[in-house]
Design a protein around this ligand. Structure first.
Ligand code: GDG
Length: 466
């Protein structure tokens, strides 16, 4: 079996982290790395004064990680710059927030070059290389420059935007052309794949074939839609742990007789938190008899706080939650509990399970794993209701949720009302269909589907018993 080399901006199998605290992606990738004695390569998250090119190798639990430190200018231009101030907003359809600076593009290319230079000598002829996400689009091409002829795959975790938006990116053609150094390109949804195909046909005159292959300038890739899942069995089990039960008990104690609505999102403008609060405000205004009967718990750990648009969304949400609480709260009731911190996975599972509604309303999202986790954590006898944005990649699989347009406060308000009054039979029927998908198309299904395309063989890299 070929050794797997995973490359991503950050390595998500940090030293000494217990398996129970890892996200599903890290669990699945580390299982595949362990099975094939592979390596996970990426940035350590540390900044140093000047780049040394040293690689820190660590082996924990049969998994080897190889991390490098970056210098401050790299982090500013590549990570805070091109990745998070240019590509992230643009790929989430926020051209208004995208910043185009040549120095960002230069830093992005430089860091991808550094990754390739340090990674290339570690690669053996039979290795399969799997590159993750928008930070690393040109890495495949950089590796080819170092003579790497292995099969290399790329998976994009975020949406691929329509051609008309992508064209606002200076050098968009070069960026897209660099993808043709890969053998396989994976997208979260058919929608993203279709946007990509459309761009290729209309912007650079490539050829798109029925079997999913695409040819540009004589180079061929296989482009697939391959939606990521969660480690459903692990999450289901997490919801049954003592920690989860105790957390659920604490939630009930703190809100006796009240229905909880929960949202869990990194503090990011793409997650639609502003619009969600406005929808909830509309619901409160329209339903005075339900005041005191329901509350919204919004967990939003801050992220990317060096980037100005993230500082702005944080300030906006501080103001909005304060305004809504000021207008509607009573002596013994606060309508929004807005929490800027993270919780452990088991606690999170307990919170999901005690919530009557999962309110997940991104304006754009590659997939949205929280929606799947909410489903996996429910009590089969008395499940809650998932309200999900049409614009989350997950909506394509989770069509039995209450699907909403997050831009419409009225639609959000109506959906909350419908969810609160939904009969138990309907909740169970909807949940079963949702859970059926979350169990079937889990993270191992995703991993095996992608690696099967990459190897060109249908055998799974990781088997069910791992
Ligand atoms: C990108 C794409 C795509 C959140 N708060 C806590 C916590 N989390 C965990 C959730 C979930 C993960 O973080 C967030 O994943 P999402 O999918 O919701 O969103 P992004 O971070 O934007 O991820 C996205 C994903 O990549 C995978 O391809 O689905 O579309 O944007 O697992 O549970 N975990 C813990 N405490 C928290 O407070 N332990």
């Amino acid at each position: 079996m070929s050794r797997l080399i995973v490359v991503s901006n950050r390595v998500q199998a940090p030293k000494g982290q217990s398996a129970g605290n890892q996200g599903g992606l890290a669990v699945a990738l580390t299982a595949a790395l362990r099975e094939t004695a592979g390596i996970w390569f990426g940035w350590s998250g540390e900044t140093i004064e000047s780049f040394t090119g040293e690689i820190d190798f660590q082996t924990h639990d049969g998994v080897t990680t190889a991390t490098i430190d970056l210098e401050e200018q790299d982090v500013e231009e590549y990570y805070n710059g091109y990745a998070n101030r240019t590509l992230w907003p643009l790929f989430h359809y926020r051209v208004d927030l995208a910043e185009y600076e040549r120095s960002f593009a230069g830093g992005y290319q430089r860091v991808n070059g550094r990754f390739a230079e340090l990674l290339a000598p570690l690669i053996e002829p039979d290795d399969l290389i799997w590159v993750h996400d928008y930070h690393m689009i040109p890495l495949g091409e950089e590796l080819r420059r170092h003579g790497i002829a292995n099969r290399i795959g790329f998976f994009l975790h975020i949406p691929w935007p329509p051609q008309s938006l992508l064209m606002s990116l200076p050098d968009h053609r070069e960026l897209v052309r660099s993808l043709f150094a890969y053998e396989v390109i994976g997208f979260q949804t058919e929608d993203s794949l279709e946007n990509f195909r459309h761009y290729i046909l209309n912007e650079i005159g490539g050829e798109v074939f029925e079997d999913g292959t695409i040819r540009v300038d004589g180079r061929t890739v296989q482009a697939i839609s391959c939606p990521i899942g969660i480690d459903t069995a692990q999450f289901k089990a997490a919801a049954e742990t003592g920690t989860a039960r105790y957390t659920a008990y604490r939630m009930r104690q703190s809100a006796v007789g009240r229905d909880m609505i929960v949202g869990v999102d990194r503090l990011d403008y793409s997650k639609g938190l502003h619009e969600r609060f406005l929808g909830y405000e509309r619901f409160l205004a329209a339903n005075p008899m339900l005041h005191g009967e329901v509350f919204l718990l919004q967990i939003a750990p801050p992220s990317r706080s060096d980037v100005q648009s993230y500082q702005e969304i944080r300030a906006t949400l501080d103001g909005l939650s304060g305004r809504i609480n000021g207008a509607f709260a009573d002596l013994d009731w606060v309508p929004i509990r807005y929490v800027n911190r993270g919780y452990g996975r088991d606690q999170l599972a307990g919170i999901y399970r005690s919530a009557r509604i999962g309110l997940i309303t991104p304006l754009r999202d590659g997939m949205n794993l929280v929606a799947k986790e909410y489903v996996a954590a429910q009590d089969p006898e008395n499940p809650g209701v998932l309200i999900l944005s049409h614009f989350a990649g997950a909506a394509a699989q989770l069509s039995d949720a209450l699907l909403v347009n997050p831009h419409s406060a009225e639609e959000l308000s109506d959906a909350i009302q419908q969810a609160l009054t939904m009969p138990r039979d309907e909740r169970i029927a909807r949940w079963r269909k949702l859970m059926d998908n979350v169990e079937r198309e889990d993270v191992m299904w995703w991993l095996n589907r992608f690696t099967a395309a990459l190897t060109g063989r249908p055998q799974p890299v990781v088997t069910a018993s791992d």
